[in-house]
Design a protein around this ligand. Structure first.
Ligand code: NAD
Length: 262
């Protein structure tokens, strides 16, 4: 097995709520590759969880940052600049849509719910990249998390699907604009994984089970598999890849149709 060595490198991970978070899955791989890590958490109530998760990682930095709060965002990056001065990469694992917007019809999405979902789940990547730009080293990487519904209809995903489409388009524009600095921007498009955010999707369990029946590999994916792809995209193993949406979904997105079982 090829070992990726990120010792001496520093990454910011945004969006870890608990040990099942996909942000944590990537953070574990970065940690195991020797990287130093900083985390932001949305609100004070999540700090204790992060303190527990990072208890055996001395030197880890923790900052509060609700991405809708420009002051908190600015303060987090100022603190990073004072502590580290540079950044080798960012994991953006943040999304939110009001539950009501995912229960009904997409047609009935309110303006407020639409804007909230897009602001938190897509615009935040742009504001984070802008704040990070002066700190990013010339081989730095940014990785965000997306889902297949950005591309094809997945019932009930509703406004979150539109947010993921905007997120994936943002990945391409950010990759274009930051490319001259050598900075790469990519999205990991993960199949369904049991997390807090996933539980808020109506019918998630049905979707999760059906996914395994359709996917060519005949199973769901693991947290570890998402973490490994995140590590690859942030490492020198992927220096030629940017502006890309890479699937880790047991092949689900390659299927056009299924035959009825005999
Ligand atoms: P999660 O609930 O563990 O993580 C979501 C994170 O977003 C939480 O840490 C939450 O605090 C943070 N967040 C929400 N609003 C925020 C705000 N205003 N400011 C700062 N942080 C905020 O769930 P997850 O499934 O690990 O989600 C991480 C990413 O992975 C999301 O973008 C999600 O859409 C994506 N994703 C998840 C799946 C899945 O099946 N779990 C599949 C594909 C993509």
């Amino acid at each position: 097995m090829i070992k990726i060595d990120l010792s001496g490198k520093r990454y910011l991970v945004m969006g870890v709520a608990n040990k099942r978070s996909l942000g944590w899955a990537i953070a574990e791989q970065l940690r195991d590759a020797g990287a130093e890590l900083a985390f932001t958490y949305q609100a004070e109530r999540l700090r204790t969880e992060l303190e527990k998760l990072t208890a055996d990682m001395p030197g880890t930095l923790l900052f509060q940052c609700d991405v809708t709060d420009e002051e908190e965002l600015g303060a987090a990056f100022s603190a990073l600049e004072s502590s580290w001065g540079v950044l080798d990469g960012i994991v953006h694992a943040i999304a939110f849509a009001p539950r009501a917007a995912m229960e009904g019809r997409y047609l009935d999405t309110t303006r407020d719910d639409w804007l909230t979902a897009l602001e938190i789940s897509a615009y935040s990547l742009v504001s984070v990249a802008r704040k990070a730009e002066p700190l990013l080293t010339d081989q730095a990487g940014i990785v965000t998390l997306s889902y297949y519904a950005a591309e094809k209809v997945v019932p009930k995903y509703n406004v979150m699907a539109i947010a993921k489409s905007a997120l994936e388009a943002s990945v391409r524009y950010l990759a274009y604009e930051l490319g001259s600095k050598g900075v790469r921007v990519n999205a990991v498009s993960a199949g369904p994984v049991r997390t807090v955010a996933a539980r808020s999707i109506p019918g998630f369990v049905k979707l999760f089970n059906r996914f395994a029946e359709v996917a060519p590999l005949g199973r769901n994916i693991t947290h570890e598999e998402v973490g490994q792809l995140g590590l690859f995209l942030l490492s020198p193993m992927s220096t030629g890849i940017t502006g890309e949406v890479v699937y880790v979904d047991a092949g689900f997105h390659t299927m056009g149709m299924e035959l009825p079982s005999e």
